[in-house]
Design a protein around this ligand. Structure first.
Ligand code: NDP
Length: 330
């Protein structure tokens, strides 16, 4: 067991955390980044990434994250493979306890713990994830040009994803477990008016169907009609699960202001949280875009804001609440 002291403690090793680390290290702040249990974050479970700028041909998600890790380390970040299990934010320095028994003391903290898409857990979902099943239309819709896809869910995300997918797919079927959507009326109007979109109501996906030769590939979904109790299958080249996200904020509950959806609140055009020496970047605060490049941009903002804060105060300051942070802009 050891105490690790740093001016900038970063929790999370996705695009937000690594970018914050790169900027903080290049500002000579010697950041310590604690990775968590899934170093690299959500991109480590993705294959082709075509929308992160800087790559002439698609980069593989794990390779992109490995490059970010190396870059952060190369410019002077201490990367620690540990998982934070408890934090105390109300005192300075901030105290974070690692699963290893080590204790991390930070003058400032950048939270970049990310979010996880919710999955249905139906048979075949894990098997064909990345081989036709996705949780991000903006990331993967491009691969379904001229193909038939389904979207599962009835909230804003599902409807926006269905509408987005009409740019690529020949047909989009929205599958919802109830007889009405919870998405905003304006989005519903656009959905119902779209000639490429069909809605299947009161249906649950009980299985994802596919084949494994010559390579794994989704071929359809099996539906349970909740009104009649019957089952039938429909063909699909792609399935987009859009039933919400879980931001990884359990550690900070009760210590920082959060939205109703459990995301850490930040001030507009800033990553400032409700405490003066804590910033929050990436999907843990972003319920809108959920993109790696946005997370990276927010990581940069967080590091620049922490740097400015430390430059103005040195290491002698008290942790205190900021002016009330506002909901992220919609
Ligand atoms: P929501 O929680 O709003 O909706 C989730 C949807 O998935 C619901 O329709 C729900 O069904 C369905 N669902 C949940 N679990 C299951 C399951 N196990 N099986 C089948 N269906 C399931 O999540 P969203 O991601 O859509 O939105 C999250 C938040 O982000 C919301 O506040 C939303 O308004 C906001 N948002 C805003 C946007 C914007 O302003 N442009 C864009 C996207 C999101 P049921 O309705 O039956 O509960």
């Amino acid at each position: 067991m050891a105490d690790v002291t740093t001016k900038v403690l970063i929790i999370g090793a996705g695009p937000a955390g690594y970018t914050a680390a790169i900027y903080a290290a290049r500002a000579n702040l010697k950041p310590v980044l604690v990775t968590g249990i899934q170093p690299g974050g959500q991109l480590t479970t993705t294959t082709d990434v075509e929308n992160f700028p800087g790559f002439g041909v698609a980069v593989q998600g794990p390779e992109l994250m490995e490059q970010m890790r190396q870059q952060a380390e190369h410019v002077g970040t201490s990367i620690v493979y540990d998982t934070i299990t408890r934090v105390t934010l109300s005192q300075h320095p901030i105290v974070a306890h690692g699963d290893s028994g080590d204790v991390y003391l930070g003058d400032t903290l950048i939270i970049a713990t990310g979010a996880q898409a919710k999955w249905l857990g139906s048979p075949g979902e894990a098997e064909y994830s990345g081989y036709g099943i996705s949780a991000c239309a903006v990331c993967d819709g491009f691969f379904y040009r001229g193909k038939e896809v389904v979207v599962i869910g009835g909230g804003n995300t599902a409807v926006e994803e269905a509408l987005y997918l009409t740019n690529h797919a020949s047909k989009v079927t929205l599958i919802h477990r109830r007889g009405c959507l919870r998405a905003e009326p304006i989005l519903q109007d656009r959905l119902f008016a779209h000639p490429k979109i069909e809605v299947i109501w009161n249906a649950e996906v009980v299985a994802f169907l596919g084949e494994n030769q010559p390579s794994p590939r989704l071929t359809g979904v099996r539906l349970h009609d909740r009104t009649t109790g019957s089952e039938h299958s429909i063909t699909a080249d792609g399935a987009f699960v859009a039933i919400g996200h879980d931001p990884a904020t359990a550690l900070f509950r009760g210590q920082l202001d959060m939205t109703d959806g459990g995301y850490i609140k930040i001030a507009p055009w800033s990553t400032a949280t409700s405490l003066n020496n804590v910033w929050s970047a990436g999907d843990v605060s972003d319920d809108r875009y959920k993109q790696a490049v946005v997370a990276a941009g927010m990581g940069c903002m967080a590091a620049l804001e922490a740097e400015k804060f430390l430059a103005e105060r040195g290491s002698s300051f008290a942790t205190k609440p900021t002016a009330k942070v506002m909901e992220p802009a919609k």
